[in-house]
Design a protein around this ligand. Structure first.
Ligand code: MG
Length: 163
């Protein structure tokens, strides 16, 4: 088995909805980003790529590339899953994620977010761990100026992978 860790942070304040796992979160300003700013999916993609021994999200989807302007992060997640499947080396086991957002609470959106991630990765919702935390008012995240996410992903080697 192989594990990967992903992290991402975005400033908040864009005049659009905050997206987490493809779900609009009312009550928070949107993420400032070149893409759709889905900080959760960005962390998950980096966790998956890291576990697979691939390059990072910025290598495959450079923010300065106009192709990724406002692109759906769910599309990038599906592409990442396909990249891992097509390597023929791994299957995706499970994810666990921590979203740090001062407000609102993400629990009411948890099941929809898990369903989206499970659908894009061809997993079951119970294979997607998702916890919401606050920063207890401390720092930029605690002031509501940013959202950050940590994610880990576990891949299983396929039996014919020799490395
Ligand atoms: Mg990002």
């Amino acid at each position: 088995m192989r594990i990967g860790l992903g992290y991402d942070i975005h400033r908040l304040g864009a005049d659009r909805p905050l997206l987490l796992g493809g779900v609009e979160i009312p009550g928070a300003p949107g993420a400032i980003a070149h893409s759709d700013g889905d900080v959760l999916i960005h962390a998950v993609i980096d966790a998956l790529l890291g576990a697979a021994g691939l390059e990072d999200i910025g290598t495959y989807y450079p923010p300065e590339d106009p192709r990724w302007l406002d692109v759906s992060s769910r599309k990038l997640l599906r592409e990442t899953a396909a990249r891992i499947r097509e390597s023929g080396r791994f299957t995706i086991g499970n994810l666990d994620c921590v979203v740090i957002l001062e407000r609102p609470k993400i629990r009411p959106f948890r099941d929809r977010i898990r369903a989206n991630l499970a659908a894009d990765l061809n997993l079951k919702p119970e294979d997607i761990g998702l916890k919401g935390k606050t920063r207890e008012g401390l720092g930029e995240v605690g002031c509501g100026e940013a959202v950050e996410v940590y994610a880990v992903a576990l891949l299983r080697r396929l039996p014919d992978d020799q490395d």
